[in-house]
Design a protein around this ligand. Structure first.
Ligand code: ATP
Length: 236
């Protein structure tokens, strides 16, 4: 079953149109990548889904239209956005950040279990549980941002450039945790990445955006074999 469907989505910053015509389909429990150069519209596509930019066209989540809904309404439907730049709360501790992620939930036992799950997925965070967000390294902040999204109990997670600014070994650690999360949780994912090698460890299919349009969409195995993808995104 399709969980998220974008059809002919356009998006605007004030009068400036940034997405022209973007389509995307994410099956229940599936993971889809969005690749593309700087400025292609990857971040804006995630913002259109989570309601933080004005969009036209069709965005259906579990059959319901998201167009015109506020970000808090969309989050409450089960969509968690891990933004570029991470958005962890710097004055709060790691544990407080995790609790903030779960603020809409009443199932306290499951919340406690999910905190344990995050600390198991990211052992660095367990060591830093009483540290303030501002004291964390870039990698730890990224781990915390993903964990906070897990704590919301989402059906769909939007991940924006989770590798950005991280040392290659840290980026690899973060992505192997994302791959594990995907296998164990059944949370569907939209993965925006400049680093296609990392994205391909998680997603089954991907689309390439250029100036706000899809130029290529296909299964990961097919994309990996294409010269243009290898040259532009796989460094070879
Ligand atoms: P990047 O990896 O650089 O974030 P991207 O593919 O995610 O690239 P977007 O951030 O979606 O691209 O940006 C798409 C276009 O929208 C770019 O031309 C960018 O300059 C423009 N843009 C982004 N944010 C704004 C904004 N707040 N106001 C106006 N234009 C914006």
């Amino acid at each position: 079953m399709t969980l998220l469907e974008l059809r002919d989505v356009a998006a605007f910053y004030g009068p400036v149109q940034v997405l022209e015509d973007v389509s995307l389909s994410v099956p229940e429990g599936g993971a889809v990548g969005i690749l593309g150069a700087n400025g292609a519209g990857k971040t804006t596509t995630l913002r259109a889904i989570s309601g933080s930019v004005k969009a036209r066209g069709e965005i259906l989540f579990d059959g319901k239209s998201l167009i015109g809904k506020r970000p808090d309404q969309i989050a409450a439907l089960g969509i968690a956005h891990v933004p570029e730049g991470r958005g962890t709360l710097s004055d709060l501790t790691v544990r407080e950040n995790l609790r903030v992620g779960a603020y809409l939930r009443r199932d306290t036992r499951k919340v406690a279990e999910d905190i344990e799950y995050c600390l198991d997925l990211f052992p660095n965070l367990r060591d830093r549980i009483r540290s303030q967000g501002s004291a964390l390294s870039g990698g730890e902040q990224q781990m915390l941002a993903i964990s906070r999204a897990i704590m919301a109990g989402p059906r769909l997670m939007l991940l924006d450039e989770a590798s950005l600014g991280l040392a290659p070994s840290t980026a690899a650690t973060v992505y192997s945790a994302i791959a594990r999360l995907r296998k164990e949780s059944g949370i569907a994912m939209v993965v925006v990445e400049q680093n296609a090698t990392l994205a391909f460890t998680v997603v089954e299919s991907a689309t390439v955006l250029e100036t706000g349009r899809n130029v290529l969409t296909g299964p990961t195995e097919q994309l990996k074999g294409m010269d243009e993808i290898r040259r532009a995104y796989l460094g070879g």
